[in-house]
Design a protein. Sequence first.
Length: 214
Amino acid sequence: MKAATVLAEQKKRRSTQENMNRILRVAADEFKACGFAGATTATIARKADVTETQLFRYFTSKTELFREAVFKPLNQHFLDFRSRSLTDATQAEARADTARRYITELQQFLGEHSQMLMSLVVAQTYAPGSTDGVNEIDSVRAYFERGAAMMTNRMADAAPRVDPKLMVRVSFAAVLACVLFREWLFPPGMAGDEEIVAAINDFVMDGINANSSR
């Protein structure tokens, strides 16, 4: 039997779910490597060994494919991370230790998923409105709400210098920027990994504590 015939038979035997999984795996890699604008459905279909017609049978648009391949998995990663890492602390010293540990873990988490995050950032920057941005990830919004509530509880009756809702977003943005643009911000020889992590921790903690020290 010729190779082309064998391949055709293999394609016929694939289930819809198998084809969708192949497309999603390839799409995730393409969006990470080329961004939303650079990745094409034709290339994704070819690398997934399906036709472009099949691809659009499963995913009605490039935007939907991006959401399924990048956005939804990232949302689940964030959800799992929050469930694993966020805990309540009752004493001030314990809260500080928890905050530092969380910021360190957040840096590690964002580093592990930096390509997915960069895909979202680039998509939002160069193709605005084409897909949801980082702020639309449900678990990130929940993180902002939980963080703001924890900061508010720490301050008791004191009036904050910075709105906790704003502070938690600025703190997150600082960590995110340092991770996404790490090679540009911290050239070789400037500092080691542990020094960078510690510096980010200190910066974010100083910002958080600014509301408490008033």
